[in-house]
Design a binder for this molecule. Structure first.
Ligand SMILES: NC(=O)c1ccc[n+]([C@@H]2O[C@H](COP(=O)([O-])OP(=O)(O)OC[C@H]3O[C@@H](n4cnc5c(N)ncnc54)[C@H](O)[C@@H]3O)[C@@H](O)[C@H]2O)c1
Length: 349
């Protein structure tokens, strides 16, 4: 698969290397408005000068490609993604997909009409920790999930667009964690309530910390989320620390370790692939994956394309994760619970 990558900044420089090294993709071109970013991304992989572009339209007109990776700041995702779709390319677009669910839905509809694929790079899904948790849940080890507690704490200094956003934590970061609720835990929240704030020591212009609560239909499962991008306390991994309690058992997932506590003590003696640690706790080794994180995302994109199916984290699927994000943002303003709504897509071709 020949891929045009649009955006060669902080995240794009790593992406170019992933596409360059991945066995089933070829980096057809890199586009960036900024010459220094273009050099930073293309020099380490010796991308020839005739495959480096400052203007997207020039790349689309001069390079043969099958797909585009959109890794520009969120406020330009829609314009770039739409131009690539209209040029006949499948698209892999970075999170957060679009500045609103409605704008994201328009891209999904247009891609359907053109017969093209849209996948959002919820790259966190494609890691060993979350996939281990997902396997346990899919095997019924937890039963029906009723309570989830999530804590996220990091203190990165990025500069750039994140420090200008009104809600950087919820919109640019928590999208990964909210997406885990759906893509890993299999929950579909229908209501959210959130508050956000900016600690006095924050270097972000907008709110770098937030609390959120989610409920699934009828309150069957309840989730509490606490996040900070300016943490002065113990840091979690980027995935966050998770406690998941259900009718059959519970999972503690933190720092890439997965512990399982079955409610039925008899089950702690033997569970395939797990080891008893005492006190009713089992250590669950991480699953192995053919490719991980961005390479895992690419693997899913290429595999789905080859198999003629929708990829996990498709554009359409992502509308619901995005709705959790913008529902949470709305709640920070109204102070009320917000019902999660996703616009009905118009007739599909
Ligand atoms: N999946 C993840 O874990 C993850 C991690 C980091 C960033 N991201 C996402 O990746 C995206 C990019 O983030 P970043 O940190 O690399 O941002 P960045 O600001 O460092 O880089 C963006 C680059 O895009 C270029 N650009 C802007 N508009 C352009 C246009 N119209 N055409 C061509 N180039 C253009 C800029 O010159 C810049 O070099 C964001 O959506 C961000 O949320 C995802």
């Amino acid at each position: 698969m020949r891929v045009i990558q649009v955006g060669g900044g902080f995240w794009g420089s790593g992406w170019a290397r992933v596409i360059h090294e991945f066995p089933e993709t070829e980096l057809a071109a890199v586009v960036d408005l900024n010459d220094a970013a273009l050099a930073q991304t293309c020099d380490p992989i010796s991308l020839p000068a005739n495959r480096r572009f400052s203007v997207l339209e020039d790349a689309l007109a001069n390079v043969q490609a099958d797909a585009a990776l959109v890794v520009v700041p969120p406020e330009v995702h829609v314009d770039v993604a739409t131009a690539c779709l209209e040029a006949g390319l499948d698209i892999l677009v970075e999170k957060p997909f679009a500045p609103s669910v409605e704008e994201a839905a328009k891209i999904v509809e247009r891609a359907d009409a053109l017969g093209r694929t849209v996948m959002v790079t919820q790259s966190f899904r494609f890691k060993r920790g979350p996939q281990t948790v997902r396997r346990l849940i899919d095997e019924g080890a937890v039963g029906a999930i009723e309570q989830v507690d999530v804590r996220f704490a990091k203190a990165p200094v990025f500069g750039g667009f994140r420090e200008e956003m009104d809600e950087p934590l919820i919109v640019d970061m928590a999208i990964h964690h909210f997406d885990f609720l759906r893509g890993i835990l299999g929950l579909e929240p229908v209501r959210v309530r959130a508050t956000s704030f900016n600690p006095s020591w924050s270097w972000f212009g907008g709110n770098a910390s937030a609390f959120a609560q989610f409920e699934t239909e009828g309150g069957a499962a309840r989730v509490s989320y606490s996040g900070s991008w300016v943490s002065r306390s113990r840091e979690t991994t980027w995935d966050g620390s998770w406690e998941i309690q259900g009718t059959e058992g519970s999972i503690v997932w933190e720092h890439n370790r997965v512990e399982y506590r079955p409610h039925n003590f008899g089950l702690t003696v033997y569970r395939k692939d797990a080891l008893e640690r005492g006190d009713g706790v089992m250590d669950v080794p991480l699953v192995q994956l053919p490719a991980e994180e961005r390479a895992g995302t690419l693997h899913e994109f290429v595999s789905a394309n080859r198999e003629g199916r929708a990829p996990q984290a498709s554009g359409e699927d992502n509308l619901r994760s995005l709705a959790l994000v913008f529902g949470a943002v709305e709640s920070t303003r109204t102070g009320d619970w917000v019902d999660i709504g996703v616009p009905a897509l118009t007739a599909r071709s």
